[in-house]
Design a protein around this ligand. Sequence first.
Ligand code: NAP
Ligand code: GDD
Length: 351
Amino acid sequence: MTKRALITGITGQDGSYLAELLLSKGYEVHGLIRRASTFNTSRIDHLYVDPHLPGAKLFLHYGDLSDGARLVTLLAGIDPDEVYNLAAQSHVRVSFDEPEHTADTTGTGTIRMLEAVRLSGIKTRFYQASSSELYGATPPPQNEDTPFYPRSPYAAAKLYSYWITKNYREAYDMFAVNGILFNHESPRRGETFVTRKITRAVAAIKAGVQDYVYMGNLDAVRDWGYAPEYVEGMWRMLQADAPDDYVLATGVGITVREFLEIAFDRVGLNWEDHVRFDERYLRPTEVDALIGDNTRARTKLGWKPTVDGRELARLMVDADVEALEHAGRPWIDRVQLDSWRTPTAVAPVTA
Ligand code: NAP
Ligand code: GDD
């Protein structure tokens, strides 16, 4: 029997890798996408097959986590075996600018999804994209038993989602799990998260397109892993015999400063010559250090990460250098090349 999955947030970094993984396993994959005035599907375009053709296995549906009635109709119509709730306003710094919108999407959006499962009466397994941001001010190492102390509107909204997922598991006997994922990155990472901001800047500086990149707190420590390995962990959580919550992390923490050093070094540049401070990139409350203990996922799911933050920095720089060389071919006009400048040309001021 072909398994059917629904992914919210399929156009995001994780959604695109998860769709690839599930299609490679023979799943029929349904994705929720937001209607936009331009196409917003660039991360999954390579997976698209005209749904009129026989053999098509990827189907996209318009919807939004703010629209509960739509979610009920969709769930009832698709009747998926597995639901992966990845959609969210996922940027921590932006959540201080847009706290109410973040609560509505990243927090209340989860209860709308859980209610849609319950009210549509379908039997499905449910994955909730929880986050190491929940630990906030609690020092590392962090595992599933570590107390939470959220430090942003984003983390507070994810905390609600964590507990409501657990509550639906206990109240309605749902197979609902929280994946408490530490930072994970890739060449598909959004351009305003720190790793991608750095690796795009390195490529642009090396190519002579820009001179400096403006950064915030370089002392923060993060446990950065590789996104394709983390979506494999999500899938494993839904294949387990019983629902539980799991940390996915590499166990290796490095500072933003070290990530900068490795990334610039990859192209033969000294980071200190090209990095400038801008207080706009600081957060009102910061999460100083996240380093995860993945023992439960390793022992119960057999999940094992192989790429840590140092290797990731090199991998992402190589990908952005190659992408910029491609974008910079003579027939591409200046406007497109300008989009490689960070952060002033494309990124909002606070990201
Ligand atoms: P991402 O690249 O920012 O993708 C977020 C996705 O959510 C996009 O597809 C976005 O659609 C969609 N979305 C946003 N608001 C929506 C709404 N109101 N209705 C429907 N869809 C909406 O995030 P990611 O890095 O893939 O992360 C996936 C999930 O894991 C997120 O929930 C994130 O908070 C969580 N998480 C991520 C990490 C990490 O390090 N990456 C770690 C822990 C947890 P558009 O493309 O239209 O914007
Ligand atoms: N974005 C950004 N831009 N971050 C900067 C900058 C900058 O110019 N300068 C320093 N930083 C620091 C931030 O202050 C933070 O301590 C660290 O770099 C990482 O920032 P982000 O890459 O924006 O990620 P995050 O850790 O805040 O949140 C990500 O990981 C969470 C899991 O721990 C997001 O993917 C969240 O959605 C996810 O839940």
